[in-house]
Design a protein around this ligand. Structure first.
Ligand SMILES: *Cc1c(COP(=O)(O)O)cnc(C)c1O
Length: 390
């Protein structure tokens, strides 16, 4: 079994490219050129040099001694929170801006939830002098003011979206609408392993720098290049996909994704798509979707704006049905408690998204000899309003 995408753009029964006719040429062009462009020597050299000197990679693999002591196991944290702009999102936006440039696009659009992807997109657009428009739900504009201000300072235009729940799904709808109107000069930088093929695979490849580094860092620290467990939070699934990528077909490594239960998977205030979703199509991809009995997409809820999405990357839908990976769900409260615990035990304030992954220690028991690598996808600065209630 191969857990990567096949030549038709599917992960098992999931993925594909279900798009309106008007986008066909764009998506087809991207599909036919991305693998060639990203394997060119010039592309790789510029990507690697920006990863090192702009993003600040490799991100450290930190042995969390006090956290390990508390849970009686060996916990390493992959520190994506230390990246430029504060999260893993920048790995993907650097890759996609280099691709857009080589495809002759001079206008960039993006959607954002928590603002981390919008921020990372605005930064690389400033870096390359390209026009940048970020679609963001009005609810998120209100709750993520710091990132909105940063995006504007970087020269991006932030367009508030007032449809639906006024969150991530609605921002993505608006970005797709824009792309339909401007297919020739515009590249749409999608922020997660979602959307039509080739986006899920392309984003996974750019994020796979995470697991490439884990391999060499673990070899140095543990004398073996694989852990027993990899753990990451899952919104659309990009930090998790990047964390899993180089271990997908290595069965010695157990994979755990943690999604957002919101107020609980037994309530309707939740974003636990793998637990509660059914097969459907969202933003061009066949996957699990939160929907009502009529197939209408329902509004997700999570305290964390970055996990508040009613779909899930098709790679994860497939890892779930094939049982290659295990998926847990953490509530708002469990995530907040895990954030506080990491802060007090290690002096690291994690993003609320990453805190869902950290909640795994309250849900699952590990052995003393187990080596765990947990990806801290981002830092908590943007979440201080939610975190200060503690
Ligand atoms: C966007 C974001 C996420 C969720 O996105 P994935 O594609 O699932 O990784 C998780 N953590 C942080 C810090 C984010 O900004």
């Amino acid at each position: 079994m191969d857990y990567n995408v096949n030549s038709e753009g599917f992960y098992g029964e999931f993925g594909g490219a279900y798009i309106p006719e008007i986008l066909y040429a764009n998506v087809e062009n991207l599909k036919n050129s991305y693998l060639r462009i990203i394997s060119e020597d010039g592309f790789k050299a510029e990507f690697d040099s920006l990863m090192r000197d702009y993003v600040g990679r490799p991100s450290p693999l930190y042995f969390a001694g006090r956290l390990s002591g508390k849970y009686g196991t060996r916990i390493y944290l992959k520190r994506e929170d230390l990246n430029h702009t504060g999260a893993h999102k920048i790995n993907n936006t650097v890759g996609q801006i280099l691709l857009a440039q080589r495809m002759g696009k001079n206008r960039i659009i993006a959607e954002t939830g928590a603002g981390q992807h919008g921020l990372a997109t605005a930064a690389v657009c400033a870096l390359k002098g390209l026009k940048c428009i970020v679609y963001m739900g009005e609810t998120d504009v209100a709750r993520q003011q710091l990132n909105v201000q940063k995006m504007k300072m970087l020269g991006a235009e932030v367009r508030p979206v007032s449809s639906g729940n006024k969150t991530l799904k609605d921002a993505a709808n608006e970005a797709i609408r824009d792309w339909c109107c401007n297919p020739s000069d515009t590249h749409y930088i999608i922020g997660s392993t979602v959307g039509p093929h080739p986006y899920p695979d392309m984003v996974t490849r750019f994020q796979s720098v995470i697991s490439r580094e884990i391999k060499s860092q673990l070899l140095e620290k543990e004398g073996r290049d694989y852990p027993d467990y990899l753990i990451a939070c899952v919104g659309g699934g990009s930090n998790a996909a990047g964390t899993f990528y180089h271990y997908l077909n290595d069965m010695r490594v157990k994979l755990i994704g943690v999604e957002a239960a919101g107020l609980g998977t037994d309530t309707d205030k939740t974003a636990a798509t793998i637990h509660l979703g059914r097969r459907g199509i969202i933003h061009g991809s066949r996957t699990f979707v939160m929907q009502n009995a009529d197939g209408q997409i329902t509004e997700p809820y999570s305290i964390s704006a970055g996990l508040d999405y009613p779909g899930i990357g098709p790679i994860h839908a497939n890892l779930f049905v094939t049982r290659r990976a295990e998926y847990l769900a953490a509530t708002d409260t469990e995530a907040l408690n895990a954030a506080m615990e990491l802060t007090r035990l290690e002096g690291i304030i994690p993003a609320l998204e990453s805190s869902h992954a950290l909640a795994v220690f309250g849900k699952k028991k590990f052995k003393p000899a187990d080596v765990l690598v947990l990806t801290v996808s981002g830092r908590g600065d943007k979440d201080m309003d939610e975190l200060k209630i503690l």
